[in-house]
Design a protein around this ligand. Structure first.
Ligand code: C2E
Ligand code: CA
Ligand code: CA
Ligand code: CA
Length: 277
């Protein structure tokens, strides 16, 4: 009986927390303030193996709410997508990211670009391109400083639309990353034909490659194919030296993971970046 009670009690607490977060999301969406203090940009530095420097990073969203403190993406992104609040959150993240890029540049730090995650839902909106362009322009940074990460969760029917959207933003200099390769519906046919710049190998592939010679050969073969097709390759979830060595041997241009840093507030990226001389 005690266990049942505890379980129900936990469910009630979880339910209350979820409704509270939903209420805050609704409020954030209604105000649509690109400076909203509740939305925080965290950032994970990315190592360039060619230069052995950190010159780029991935922006990762968190919420900081009065009653719960820090809230992580798995606790609010799916909800924000379901209720159609995700567009507002993305605009806020993009705006704050651009402003930090501007500040870093003004202070003399060298940063190639920061990538921002976008849900495939965004690509279905007519205003998507214009919103992205406006926000980057308003912050007075070059388009090349921003990259967009997307996961391959599109339908066959919208492939052409997505391709056109990517192409028109790419012409401005925005790079596109295919996120989480190796999960979901990954197949070559879906990827080839899209003008993607960087393929991000999911952490599960980094782990798989460490298992045995056979799986390592398999992951390595995927990376060979992409490399020969002129994609740049990033491995996620690099946690130790063994992961690092192995990913370097599998054509990794970029490495990202806890070995280098957990996500940190974007202001703290300065610890990883070199200054121009
Ligand atoms: P993702 O885009 O695949 O982001 C990578 C996630 O892996 C991050 O979790 C990061 O903290 C975690 N990670 C990084 N290195 C390591 C490692 O070495 N080991 C392990 N175990 N984990 C590592 P986070 O920040 O909780 O984000 C989770 C997901 O939420 C992201 O997965 C992304 O799909 C989504 N997300 C985050 N920010 C945004 C956003 O601004 N917009 C949208 N639409 N989605 C976002
Ligand atoms: Ca990502
Ligand atoms: Ca990922
Ligand atoms: Ca992921």
């Amino acid at each position: 009986v005690g266990a049942v009670y505890e379980c129900q009690n936990k469910d009630i607490i979880e339910y209350r927390k979820a409704s509270y977060i939903l209420g805050e999301l609704k409020d954030i969406n209604a105000h649509c303030d690109l400076e909203d203090e509740r939305v925080k940009v965290y950032c994970q530095p990315v190592l360039n193996t060619r230069t052995n420097r950190f010159a780029s990073a991935e922006a990762l969203m968190r919420l900081e709410l009065p009653e719960t403190g820090m809230v992580y993406p798995d606790q609010f992104i799916p909800m924000a997508e379901r209720h159609d609040y995700i567009h507002t959150l993305s605009k806020i993240i993009l705006n704050k990211t651009c402003r930090q890029i501007k500040r870093l540049e003004q202070e003399g730090y060298q940063i190639d670009r920061v990538s921002v995650n976008f849900s495939i839902l965004e690509f279905r909106r007519k205003e998507f391109c214009k919103d992205v362009m406006d926000i980057i322009r308003q912050n007075e940074i070059p388009y090349e400083k921003v990259a967009i990460e997307l996961t391959e969760s599109w339908n066959e029917t919208e492939f052409d639309n997505i391709k056109n959207t990517i192409t028109s933003l790419q012409k401005l200099g925005i790079k596109f990353y295919l996120d989480d390769f190796g999960t979901g519906y990954s197949n070559f046919e879906r990827i080839i034909g899209l003008p993607i710049d960087v393929i991000k190998f999911d952490r599960s592939l980094t782990i798989l490659a460490g298992k045995n010679a056979e799986s390592r050969y398999m992951v390595g073969s995927f990376s060979d194919i992409f490399k020969n097709s002129h994609y740049e390759i990033l491995f996620e979830g690099v946690e130790n030296e063994k992961d690092e060595d192995q990913c370097k041997q599998m054509n990794a241009l970029y490495l990202q993971g806890y070995k280098y840093s957990k996500p940190i507030p974007i202001e703290e990226l300065t610890r990883f970046l070199g200054r121009a001389v």
